[in-house]
Design a protein around this ligand. Structure first.
Ligand SMILES: Nc1ncnc2c1ncn2[C@@H]1O[C@H](COP(=O)(O)OP(=O)(O)OP(=O)(O)O)[C@@H](O)[C@H]1O
Length: 575
């Protein structure tokens, strides 16, 4: 089990993966700012309308003026309505754009992530990707526009001061109270958001693990154990989420109470001022309305602060993923057009992250173009690891792995792997049709090439005769097919496009002897002239190779012509 912590710590700077999409949307945010500014100005109008009605129209019985004012007010209300709708629309558009751009960068990063720098389990990584939604929710939230409202708090307060004099001190006094409540709760909220995210990832880990291997979980009776883990994760997550919600509600509640206190204060003090004729009734009413307007953004800022906390935690985690090293060279990668097929490992040593033992040690091996080599060795001797290093999935700790005399780290990893046909041990198929699984959107693999590959691998025999054969939809990992059928499709996938290098890791382990024998007969002409690395425990497959390399505890212990090595091994066993 991976013992690394799920959550990364530190680093707060804003990264280009977020800033650049935000900057690309600055035009939209400008429109939001203009709409928000106009909405704030219109908010003053209704208060001034009330004041005019009470101070000028009621005493003078000016019905005509009231009609005129009301018509003006209707226009203002319609404008305000349209602007509010537009504000929501623009913020949503910007949020969706940022979500799309960041999501694309994040997925590309996930694909390019060096396997030795992968943190946490599959479930935790899935959970981390979901945190993108927290970021999107923040940038697509209208609450964000509260920031634009902040300067207007002071505009509104100035109008209150002009109309009600000392009354302005009541809402003014509430501002530091609300800000202080936000500042004081932020550290606890940060801690709770971080804990809640960690607990959420733990929950996701149990969930993904259980769903991904439901059949095995049921078959081996691991349900109660996983139920226990799920219960624990649920309790922990609901506790931390509760704490998070509770703390985040404090500044919001303070803001609401502060608004009520200021409003009541204005009425109480205002009545005194009214009696001493220092203000008019209209001014008192306008001040009480404006007080609510002035403090409303504060409640929104409090909401923003609580969202900011969760967003900051999500940002840090995603940023840690973005900062992890990517595959391929730092500078310009080499783009191999074709490969000759020469493979060389020079003094290669390799250790899996966190493992005390080396999986490979001082491996020296040269495979000439067109040479077909079988790899034998006991369980855990390092055969699959060798294949992973040739594919550039991991980097060697010592020495160098070269293809056609070039360090594999210099190549563009995707292009290199497109030129190598690989059938790895687990034969995982991707959700989609059988055709998609074999062709993988590769231009070089047309329908004829697909059929040619499936005829060799044996897939055509079971997919050809059924109605929707190649369009049969597979669920993720290829569940719904037998192990041997999955293996056959994986072989077709590797052969399609006639790659110059072929790597097979136990290609026939799930096949019966008859199917395997037929596969060997069909593969024989196919592998001629290609470089073949064939990892196997089955001696029957060795008919395909001319040379055998034997590994033991990560070292090469025998290397030579097939029959000579096999004889040596048989003699060794007999002795
Ligand atoms: N992803 C991994 N993380 C950590 N250690 C690993 C990982 N994969 C393999 N190992 C370890 O590396 C060593 C070599 O494993 P490898 O899979 O290369 O052996 P193998 O010869 O292919 O075995 P098998 O015949 O069982 O497939 C083993 O000790 C194994 O425990």
């Amino acid at each position: 089990m991976n013992e690394e912590p799920l959550l990364a710590t530190g680093k707060r700077r804003f990264a280009p993966w977020l800033i650049e999409p935000m900057m690309r949307n600055r035009g939209i945010y400008m429109k939001v700012a203009v709409a928000a500014a106009l909405i704030n100005i219109f908010a003053l109008v209704s208060a001034l309308f009330t004041m005019t009605v009470y101070d000028r129209i009621v005493p003078n019985d000016g019905a005509a003026s009231l009609v005129g004012l009301s018509i003006g007010l209707v226009f203002v209300i319609i404008f305000d309505f349209v602007l509010r709708l537009l504000r929501v629309y623009f913020v949503d558009v910007a949020g969706a754009n940022i979500d799309h751009d960041v999501g694309e960068t994040l997925f590309a990063k996930l694909l390019a992530l060096r396997l030795d720098h992968r943190r946490g389990s599959t479930g935790a990584l899935t959970g981390l990707m979901r945190e993108l939604e927290t970021l999107r929710d923040f940038f697509a939230s209208v609450t964000l526009t509260a920031l634009i409202d902040v300067p207007f708090i002071f505009v509104t307060l100035t109008v209150i001061a002009m109309l009600g004099g000392v009354l302005v001190f009541l809402p003014l006094a509430m501002i530091p109270v609300v800000i202080l409540s936000g500042i004081l709760t932020t550290p606890a909220l940060d801690r709770m958001s971080s804990r809640s995210l960690g607990d959420g990832l733990l929950k996701q880990t149990v969930l993904v693990e259980t769903i991904g291997s439901l059949e095995t979980v049921k078959a081996i009776g691991a349900g109660p154990m996983l139920s226990g883990r799920w219960q624990k994760a649920l309790i922990s997550h609901s506790e931390s989420s509760l704490g998070q919600r509770l703390i985040s509600s404090i500044p919001m509640t303070v803001a609401n109470s502060a608004s009520t206190i200021a409003y009541c204060g204005i009425i109480i003090v205002g009545v005194g001022l009214l009696r001493s004729n220092e203000i008019t009734t209209g001014a008192l009413l306008a001040c009480s309305i404006l007080c609510g307007r002035a403090l409303a953004p504060l409640a929104q800022i409090a909401t923003l602060l609580s969202r900011l906390s969760a967003t900051r935690v999500a940002y840090r985690q995603i940023n840690a993923l973005m900062d992890a090293p990517s595959e391929g060279p730092q500078g310009d990668a080499l783009h191999p057009g074709v490969l000759r097929g020469q493979i060389e490992l020079r003094n290669v040593g390799f250790r899996y992250p966190g493992s005390p033992e080396k999986a490979l040690e001082q491996v020296n091996l040269t495979i000439a173009p067109g040479e077909r080599v079988g790899f034998l060795g006991r369980v855990g001797s390092g055969k699959s690891t060798l294949a992973r290093l040739v594919l550039g999935l991991y980097e060697p700790e010592d020495g160098v792995v070269m293809i056609d005399g070039i360090d594999v780290r210099q190549y563009d990893p995707n292009e290199l792997r497109r030129l190598i046909g690989a059938g790895m041990q687990d034969n995982v198929l991707i959700a989609g049709t059988v055709r998609q699984n074999i062709c993988l959107d590769r231009a070089v693999v047309d329908q004829d090439e697909m059929i040619r590959a499936t005829e060799i691998s044996g897939t055509h025999r079971f997919m050809g005769p059924i109605t929707n054969g190649y369009d049969l939809r597979l669920t993720d990992r290829g569940d719904g097919l037998s192990g041997g059928q999955r293996q056959s499709i994986a072989i077709a996938r590797a052969l399609a496009g006639r790659p110059q290098i072929l790597i097979f890791d136990e290609p026939s382990s799930s096949m019966d002897a008859q199917t395997e024998a037929e596969l060997i007969t069909r593969l024989h002409p196919e592998v001629q002239g290609r470089t073949l690395m064939l990892i196997t425990h089955r001696t029957s497959l060795l008919a395909l190779v001319d040379r055998i390399v034997v590994l033991d505890k990560g070292r090469i212990v025998a290397d030579g012509p097939r029959d000579a090595v096999l004889q040596k091994l048989t003699r060794g066993k007999a002795a």
